[in-house]
Design a binder for this molecule. Structure first.
Ligand code: AHR
Length: 485
């Protein structure tokens, strides 16, 4: 029997709510027929956004939403998405289906979505095909006080006299790849041009520099080295980490289950190495990690649109386990991480929702976000698990304390065996009864479909915190226990 030591005196830091953030790009079916159905649609909507999805999203308390890309941000002209008579543009990111970008959802609509779901906005600016002045103009349009600049007056004419609240601004996206195939030295110089203008006009904006892909630490080294004079207003280094191509998204083998989880676990190494480099330049108090794209990336075509929506994929308990493992890692490294954004929200890679026409269902990953949501803003504490060195038979664990309660989230990474553990309290006294939420299915390939929307769901029960707890193979468990009176 394993033991999970909950070491209350060893606080790891506060888990920024933004660690539980999301990403929505103009790509495939994320917006059109996903989030957005249109104001005149017969599908129930709130100001054009799919009502069912909005309500489910509100439930998991999304703290932040990134937009408009991804790679799409690098071809986006913000002026296309404001006012009347919006132009239709080529959108390479819907290339599979020859759809074009109508710009129906632009700045005002996206910020309306953020308001509806209670999320902060995170905008990605275009470095590849635009200019620092255009980035600053977009900020001017969005952020300048009412009645001041010409762009603020244009914003008012478009229906929003008060400035919008957009705390986070990314400078480019994947500039080592789809964002211009830049060398790190070149990107760093571009970042300096952009950040200087953006910070100069709007010093309160939190700017993020483009970070690494996977384990390209040469990028980190060169970019961070060059940002010494920008350190005071660079708040994030936006790394990306995808895992996947470990077999069929729904028909994987046991060996592929293990392989996918090992790849997912690799994000911890990328976090530590990037952090070591940032700390080596003594920038750790200024520049935090922002993992603004992460998740499973499977071969195309397994989603309900059968490949029509670019990158849309089905999600099983394996994807839910990757989410639980990753979120536990983020919690355990919370002092390094300012934000993460799982890619992407709807009809895409590691999605929480699949939608189309009148259908809108949640994936197993949605349940993980629901089960973990009380980690947001909580104090993470150290956990130590005994007998946990065999990765394929290990437990992934994190714990946090908030509002007089402890939340422990556990993933049983084994696809072969159930596990049992006890909770060992170090430096705290918990009540004898707690509440448990379990995400589990006997078939680890189980997933939700439009025909069977609730095949994978959670069950809730109470449990005795002093007794051994059993967790089935491939299951995710959230335990909430109040402190003893
Ligand atoms: O999330 C899909 C794509 O993956 C994004 O546009 C890009 O940033 C990444 O390569």
């Amino acid at each position: 029997m394993k033991k999970i030591y909950l070491v209350a005196p060893h606080k790891l830091g506060t888990i920024a709510p933004e660690v539980y953030g999301h990403f929505s790009e103009h790509i495939g079916g994320v917006f059109y027929d996903g989030l957005w159905v249109g104001r005149d649609s017969s599908i129930p909507n709130i100001r054009g956004f799919r009502k069912d999805l909005i309500e489910k999203l509100q439930k998991i308390k999304p703290p932040v939403l990134r937009w408009p890309g991804g790679c799409y941000a690098e071809v986006y002209n913000w002026r296309d998405g404001i006012g009347e008579d919006r132009p239709t543009r080529i959108n390479w990111w819907t290339r599979n289906d020859h759809r074009y970008e109508p710009n129906t959802v632009g700045t005002h609509e996206f910020l309306d979505l953020c308001e509806l779901i209670g999320a902060k906005a995170y905008f990605a600016t275009n470095v590849t095909s635009s200019s620092p002045m255009e980035a600053r103009n977009w900020m001017d349009y969005c952020l300048s006080p009412e009645g001041t600049t010409t762009l603020a007056k244009e914003r008012a004419r478009n229906g929003h006299p008060q400035p919008f609240d957009i705390p986070y601004w990314g400078v480019g996206n994947e500039n080592w790849g789809g964002g211009g195939n830049m060398r790190p030295e070149y990107y760093a110089d571009e970042y300096r041009r952009y950040a200087t203008l953006m910070n100069n006009a709007f010093p309160e904006a939190r700017l993020f520099a483009c970070g690494t892909n996977f384990e390209d630490f040469n990028w980190t080294q060169k970019v961070i080295a060059s940002l010494q004079s920008q350190k005071s207003y660079t708040h994030g280094f936006a790394m990306h980490y995808y895992c996947g191509f470990a077999g069929d998204p729904v028909g994987f083998t046991e060996e592929e289950w293990d392989r996918q989880l090992r790849q997912a676990k690799g994000i911890e190494y990328a976090i530590k190495r990037n952090w070591n480099i940032i700390s080596g330049f003594n920038a750790q108090d200024k520049i935090k990690l922002v993992v603004d794209e992460w998740g499973c990336w499977h071969p195309d075509g397994s989603g309900p649109s059968k490949g029509y929506n670019l990158f849309e994929q089905q999600s099983t308990l394996r994807d839910a386990m990757v989410a639980a493992l990753s979120l536990n890692i983020f919690n355990n490294h919370c002092e390094k991480i300012a934000m993460t954004n799982v890619a992407q929200l709807v009809n895409n890679l590691h999605a929480l929702f699949l939608a189309g026409g009148e259908h809108c269902i949640v994936t197993p990953t949605y349940h993980v976000y629901d089960m973990f949501k009380e980690h947001q803003g909580a104090e993470a504490i150290e956990t130590v698990v005994t007998d946990n060195s065999d990765f394929a038979e290990s437990l992934s664990v994190s714990a946090s304390v908030k509002d007089g309660q402890l939340l422990v989230t556990v993933g049983n990474l084994s696809c072969r065996h159930d596990a049992a553990f006890t909770l060992e309290q170090v430096g705290m006294k918990l009540a004898s009864q707690g509440s448990a939420v379990l995400l589990h299915d006997d078939d680890l390939h189980a997933h939700n479909t439009f025909d069977e929307p609730e095949r994978v769901k959670t069950v809730s029960y109470t449990f005795d915190s002093a007794q051994p707890v059993t967790i089935p193979k491939g299951a995710v468990l959230a335990l909430r226990i109040p402190f003893a009176e």
